[in-house]
Design a protein around this ligand. Structure first.
Ligand SMILES: CC(C)(COP(=O)(O)OP(=O)(O)OC[C@H]1O[C@@H](n2cnc3c(N)ncnc32)[C@H](O)[C@@H]1OP(=O)(O)O)[C@@H](O)C(=O)NCCC(=O)NCCS
Length: 186
């Protein structure tokens, strides 16, 4: 079991549980077409984001299959919320988890997503004791693909037409890394 109830610091970031006053920053993130382009989400409304933040307040523990940990990503230098990262427990029996990341466009291209996801991989393998962590992204999402490969994740699959959204079928790429592979990279 893993609970994050206090901020985790990396070199440049704080990964912390969401707070009620994160609604404006999360709305700013989730209402941008360039952020949503590969996420299969309808455009955000402020009320919808308020509900999302309310859910996020309790998404701080991984104890059972299907649990999600979602953390706000804050820049240590300014305190600004620049995105969110998530780790979900997909199979306790097989030691599987899945990670994801979303950054504000202003904050992309600085290595912040890789830095935040690396901290989640540390938690996944060292604290939770997982064996394998995966990530899935739209096949056209080049920035996400580069980030996964930069972290040492291996592309294991190209899933043809596996998501139906907006009246179209979308291909996804599947990436994975094993505990001993992550240990060897550090
Ligand atoms: C996917 C996403 C999080 C990747 O963000 P990102 O900032 O490109 O990823 P990283 O943190 O790995 O940053 C790497 C980039 O920063 C650059 N960089 C600059 N300074 C750096 C540093 N100190 N350390 C590492 N990289 C640095 C790298 O050269 C690299 O640029 P490149 O991809 O053009 O080669 C971002 O594109 C995003 O939020 N997209 C919208 C939401 C989304 O689709 N999420 C994925 C869903 S599966």
């Amino acid at each position: 079991m893993l609970t994050v109830d206090a901020p985790l610091a990396t070199d440049r970031l704080l990964l912390r549980p969401f707070r009620r006053d994160d609604v404006d920053a999360l709305y700013d993130l989730r209402s941008r077409p360039e952020v949503l382009r590969y996420l299969y989400w309808p455009p955000a409304t402020r009320d919808g984001v308020r509900d999302v933040v309310a859910q996020r307040l309790t998404m701080t523990t991984l104890a059972a299959d299907g649990d999600f940990l979602v953390l706000a990503v804050e820049l240590r230098s300014t305190g600004r919320l620049i995105g969110e990262v998530d780790l979900s427990l997909t199979s306790t029996e097989h030691g599987h988890g899945e990670i994801g990341a979303i950054l504000h466009p202003d904050a992309q291209g600085h290595g912040y997503a890789s830095e935040a996801v690396a901290a989640l991989l540390d938690l996944a393998f060292d604290v939770l004791g997982l064996h394998r962590v995966t990530a899935q992204t739209n096949a056209g999402n080049e920035a996400s693909t580069r980030a996964m490969l930069r972290l040492g994740m291996r592309q294991e699959g190209h899933l043809r037409q596996c998501v139906a959204f907006g009246g179209e079928w979308h291909d996804e790429l599947l990436f994975a890394i094993l505990a001993d592979e992550w240990t060897a990279r550090r």
